[in-house]
Design a protein around this ligand. Sequence first.
Ligand code: ATP
Ligand code: MG
Length: 285
Amino acid sequence: MEKLKIAIQKSGRLSEKSVLLLKEAGISMTNGERKLISVSSSYPIEVLYLRDDDIPQYVRDRVADIGIVGENVFAEKGSEVEVVERLGFSRCRMSLAIPKQEEYKGPAYFNGKKIATSYPVILDRYLREQGIDAEIHEISGSVEIAPGIGLAEGIFDIVSSGSTLISNGLKEVEVIMKSEAVVIGRSDMPSEKKELLANLLFRIRSVQAASNNKYILLNAPNDKLDEIVALIPGMKSPTVMPLAESGWSSVHSVLSESQFWQIIDELKNLGAQGILVIPIEKMIV
Ligand code: ATP
Ligand code: MG
């Protein structure tokens, strides 16, 4: 049987979450993790462990069918491949930064300046769009030290909390793109592989839907039942069952994480009692 070949980062900020995602989708590895290749006993899949920068090229060359990379790496190196799913983890941004004492009034600041980066393609595209004539100095790591050692006047790099910039005496002045982990693949994948991919994505979405939602149970006074039910519509509609005590009902539903606290407060104000909130392991949407 054909196997779906997926490339994930061997070690780094994406690797643990990539392995966990596959595990939660029911894909366990038989011959251990972190070799070059491992196969799954539970799904027709082969996992290749690679450096993240190399993954777009392996997918483009059909050595792997799909890969998990940061959107930043996809934007830099992802020609001939496309994003097939956004995964929502490893969020960061790609920003321009300059020494903190410098006055900054806008992107024109960079005219005639030298910018150090590991992402020349993304930076070049941005500079062209903005009509800025700056020199790109490509280096492969520790970009943040470039201004301090006189290699460049600004940098373009990944930022998440910003603490690396601060400890190097830099300030973030422009956010050029936002990034999260994505699944990439070729659009011309053979149809058997497309089926395997569709099934894998279905599993991934079920895991993600579950982690974004909670199961909620509560007791509601019957005179407020309509209002309470309207607040927690659930997947189709909530289950409502009478309690042994007259005048009260038990309501079961599903609640999204993002609205959670606001809705809990409204439910309490409507007189809901005994509210229980339970994690959902998988949610088939
Ligand atoms: P490799 O050795 O595989 O080339 P790397 O050093 O290039 O690894 P990592 O630092 O492991 O890469 O980062 C991998 C990806 O994780 C980045 O491309 C980016 O999408 C994301 N990322 C990087 N830094 C952060 C951060 N501080 N917070 C969240 N996500 C991040
Ligand atoms: Mg890398």
